[in-house]
Design a protein around this ligand. Sequence first.
Ligand code: ADP
Ligand code: MG
Length: 724
Amino acid sequence: MSGNAARRKAIEGIASLTEETSSFDYKNEKVENVFGINVFSLEKMEKRLPKNIFKSLKNVIENGGKMDATVADVVASVMKDWALAHGATHYAHVFYPLTGLTAEKHDSFYEPSGSSALASFSGKTLIQGEPDASSFPNGGIRATFEARGYTVWDVTSPAFIMEGVNGSTLCIPTAFVSWTGEALDKKTPLLRSMHALNRQAQRVLKLFGHSETGFVAATAGPEQEYFLVDARLYHLRPDLYTCGRTLFGAKPARGQEFEDQYFGTIPERVLAYMMEVEHECFKVGIPIKTRHNEVAPGQYEVAPIFETANVAHDHQQLTMTILKKVARKHGLVCLLAEKPFAGVNGSGKHVNWSLGSGKVGNLLDPGETPHENAQFLTFATAVVRAVSIHQGLLRAFVASPGNDHRLGANEAPPAILSVYLGSQLGDVFEQLQKSGSASSSKKAGTMSIGVDTLPLLPKDAGDRNRTSPFAFTGNKFEFRAVGSNFSIAGPLFLLNTIVADSLEFIADRLEKETKGDPKKLNAALQKLLKEILNDHGSIIFNGNGYSDEWKAEAAKRGLKNLRTTPEALVEVTAKSTIETFKRQGVLTKRELESREELTFESYINTILTESKLVLEIGRTQLYPAVNRYVVELAQARNSLGELSVKDGVLEKVVALQTAFVAALDGLEAIRDAAKGDPHAKSTYACEKIIPAMLKAREAADALEEIVADDLWPLPSYQELLFLR
Ligand code: ADP
Ligand code: MG
């Protein structure tokens, strides 16, 4: 099929779609009967395990430590029986390599035994796996040491069954480390950071008089944005199926200017998809709560109820897998790229973050009493300090080619990090900064006056500001600069680590000044909070983050504005980063260096792939279409002779064609010339290759708007965004 014939066929297919009812009876099946059926939960283990075995397993889960070999054997055996009863034939250690993706190696439960086969699964195989992992990126760590890496069961995240079309697999969440104990994955630092945060939070809580706190864990609730496009159109776009984003495409006649998409009625086909996604998520115990349309046409969001950060991370990875898998069944493709369409809203992943425990509750929830408020303000101040000190690092941890296109564009948080507190809390912080105490709260009725008291704060989230990259939203902070395609592990272990470090600073100071006398706490606190806010208050910004005035103001305040990945990434190995991560025991210098190097490499590779594709599509698909049109116009002019209208279209097309060819040649000439270390190479990619790609795109998009539609091979933005 040539030119637009393939497109026409795809469009006809979409136009004649009828909604199929699902084979699953959503109306009569109760969610409570589905939720977690494929999870080998703590309750299920308790039912199946001997009392003493369960007790020691629970102890490892809650307090860490090594699992006894006999305990592991018994756990493995009941887990196997449960998995076999649920139709599993294989088990897989699931791990999260530095690519940000999910990796799994499947092994059969069955081994030959005489003339038959027997299912077996030992404690050792449950706890530890040895994937041949030499081809996973490690940033040089394993090149210089022992080449082997191994996976270790993360007992704090339950095993579950993943159903496939033709069979099921028992999935065991694991951490992936080198033989020398260095982290080769995203989960290991996340687990380490949870412990660091717990350690320091406990010290602060002790000063506030808590003796029994329980493990203070970070909590996370990620809101995932995504696009859906019809699979038939998707498969006609090599840029989409190779890079996940469009490299060409003229602006559609209708964009998002009507503002009628956000929270609009969900199309039936999309709703059917969402329901199946939720159903699959429920089965593996992911507590999906929210679904709605997003701002751009064809854009949607899904969000769960928050969980412990470590489990939320595993569930988030699984949600992305399910989003993609279920889309296929519905003839759709789920795009998770940060900016699949130029000029159209991008997709983020808002990471809601807090910390707390069953005993002390949510520590970022303003309390009912002045005493609780003092504690809340201490933790909130720790977060403000952490973001201020590590503002560049927060930007670096969300750096990718895709997210660079999104951050700082006029619909996403800017590349400048700042903290939004809202007018109420902002006012309290201003008072704190001035006097070390705050005696009034803006809202009438919540006043609480006294020398050593702090105001009562309303519990509702209050005002919203969608333009801030890091916002307080009532009882949690929301990190909005994270890209839709990201693993949340990085942002989470970063937040855990830098806040733990701030809490350590605060605990050190308060312990020193109170010398164990609780009566001295208030005075010490007032002095310390005032000092911290004087040093770090400039990170607080409650205005419009999209405005140009803010860019100027932020520069005046000395805040960092790291617009691109190459600019931001060096923060990963900055002195303050290395010291902080070392102090908290989360990553060593070498581990940080390897991560920085890998991100540089993946940045360069992405841009090299994209630019190769621009050349390929440009020369083998678009150029021939343009040329056919030129021939058609020229022939028409010749055959019409004097009758031909002098409309200048042929000249216009030829001029654009010339510019297009020159741009493609220009791109080819510079594409391979990057030199030096990964930083230098990625700067080259950023400053030279990306603009050259854009130049080719500019000419092609102008051509798309003038060349006869029946010749144009690529589905248009209109078709991708509006047909479903
Ligand atoms: P929004 O208005 O931003 O959509 P929501 O109230 O819907 O806000 O919450 C968004 C996400 O924040 C949800 O996933 C929710 O579970 C999560 N969340 C709520 N409380 C916490 C908390 N204490 N810690 C982490 N995440 C939380
Ligand atoms: Mg939100």
